[in-house]
Design a protein around this ligand. Structure first.
Ligand code: NAP
Length: 301
């Protein structure tokens, strides 16, 4: 039975089409704010990177400075949800943004666990390494090109931009990378070459192929990755239950951005998510399962 897959390409262009084709981060390390003590207040300046707020180094009970989760594309519709959910779970976050003014309005302020830095993924791995810094423990990438006149934008952002982030991680020894990608990136190999969503997204600068290239780079990089491929993204709160399938399985369906953000954050917590590609949508009739079970059911390849 076919269901509806909605890929929002831009606020101006919405495609709604019915498809007819066939070593993890310890959550305890970041546990609760109660176990932290503010140790130091810095005013830091990093070359190539603007920091909008004073940097608060926060140490755990044993005095170690707590490391952060770097979120690329933190002002995006999914990125800001990831930031919010990380903070709510007690993680410390370094939000990588292109536009600091936009970040001031879209990201919560006054939270000492949040640091905002300028990070354009097209500017190369050196600058990204400066932005990520030696105080980040993992990177979550929720970037996506902004449609415009530049037909190469998907290639610059969704392929090379992500590759730049992975390279920055390798330079810094950051060994955890979560990527928000998309279902159907490997649509041609799945027999979905005539799927309207596959055609539409690739007509627009070969977007899915660009994302697939980045995925392949990550998988060969040696960095511990979780590649999350959601179906069509919705802004509404989650409904139904989460369906998680192996790569190249799902070709239709939608999911709330809130749920995608949750999966990205839980991937940091569960070791079962390491070195895996997972495809996710929501379905009303799906059984409710734990994240341990969901991630654990996907085989590493
Ligand atoms: N739309 C769908 O139905 C759908 C379905 C499956 C997968 N996806 C994928 O899911 C991901 C998240 O989607 P979304 O709708 O939440 O994205 P979004 O709201 O369009 O946000 C994309 C983010 O990427 C940032 N970005 C763009 N170019 C950048 C650059 N050169 N350097 C650094 N950051 C850059 C944007 O920055 P600014 O805030 O400054 O613009 C924005 O924060 C994307 O990869 C998208 O392709 C989307």
């Amino acid at each position: 039975m076919a269901s509806s897959l909605i890929f929002r390409i831009s606020p101006l262009a919405t495609l709604s089409t019915t498809l007819h084709f066939p070593k993890p981060i310890s959550p305890t390390l970041f546990s609760t704010h109660n176990s932290m003590s503010l140790s130091q207040l810095n005013s830091t300046k990093m070359e190539g990177t603007e920091i909008t707020e004073e940097v608060t180094e926060i140490s755990g009970p044993n005095g170690n400075v707590k490391k952060k989760i770097f979120v690329a594309g933190a002002t995006g519709s999914t990125g800001k949800r990831i930031v919010d959910q990380l903070l709510a779970k007690g993680f410390h976050v370094k939000a990588g943004v292109r536009d600091l003014e936009k970040a001031k309005t879209s990201l919560s302020h006054g939270n000492p666990a949040l640091q905002i830095v300028k990070a354009d993924v097209t500017e190369g791995s050196e600058r990204l390494a400066e932005a990520i810094g030696d105080d980040s423990e993992a990177v979550i990438c929720a970037t996506g090109f902004k449609p415009g006149w530049d037909l190469f934008a998907p290639w610059k952002v969704d392929n090379f931009g992500t590759v730049n982030l992975v390279e920055a991680c390798r330079k810094l020894g950051v060994n955890r990378f979560i990527l928000v990608s998309s279902i159907l990136v490997n649509g041609a190999a799945m027999g979905q070459i005539l799927n309207p969503a596959y055609i539409f997204l690739n007509v627009f600068g070969l977007t899915l192929i660009a994302k697939l290239q980045a995925e392949q780079y990550i998988r060969k990089s040696g960095v511990n990755y979780t590649i999350i491929r959601p179906g069509g993204l919705r802004n509404e709160p989650p409904t139904g239950n989460l369906v998680m399938e192996p790569e190249d399985t799902l070709y239709e369906g939608t999911i709330s951005r809130d749920k995608v953000a949750e999966v990205a954050v839980e991937a940091l917590v569960y070791p079962e998510a390491s070195y895996k590609v997972v495809e996710i949508v929501s379905r009303d009739n799906a059984p409710k399962r734990s994240y341990e079970d969901l991630f654990g059911s996907i085989k590493q390849r």
